[in-house]
Design a binder for this molecule. Structure first.
Ligand SMILES: [Zn+2]
Ligand SMILES: [Zn+2]
Length: 106
């Protein structure tokens, strides 16, 4: 596994529409293995790494990009959605996790 970006597959990302993503979105390039990770930000400062992932493996692929953009070490947290399925989200602090859980309950 790459010690910098946490993946053993340097061509695994982008996961969706790779051509469009590489051509049009800002990319973070891992300086160890050369893997590109999409760091394109949306209007409200959101980026792919902050949205829920279907699996831990996929979340791990974006963990490094979250750390780069947030400039902090991050962790992956598992949640169950209303259908009882697992979702994985990246957060940079326990406070952010608590805020997210609070919002979800509203
Ligand atoms: Zn992209
Ligand atoms: Zn790497």
């Amino acid at each position: 596994m790459c010690p910098e970006c946490y993946s053993s597959y340097k061509r695994i990302t982008p996961l969706r529409n790779p051509e469009e993503c590489l051509a049009q979105h800002r990319q973070y390039m891992c300086s160890t293995c050369g893997r590109f990770i999409c760091v394109s930000t949306e209007k409200h400062g959101k980026f792919r790494a902050l949205f829920p992932f279907q699996s831990l493996e996929k979340a791990k692929l974006y963990l490094r990009s979250a750390e780069v953009l947030l400039k902090k070490p991050c962790g992956i947290y598992e949640f169950e959605n209303t259908q009882g399925r697992s979702q994985f989200k990246i957060f940079s602090s326990e406070t952010d996790v608590e805020l997210y859980l609070k919002k979800k309950q509203e």
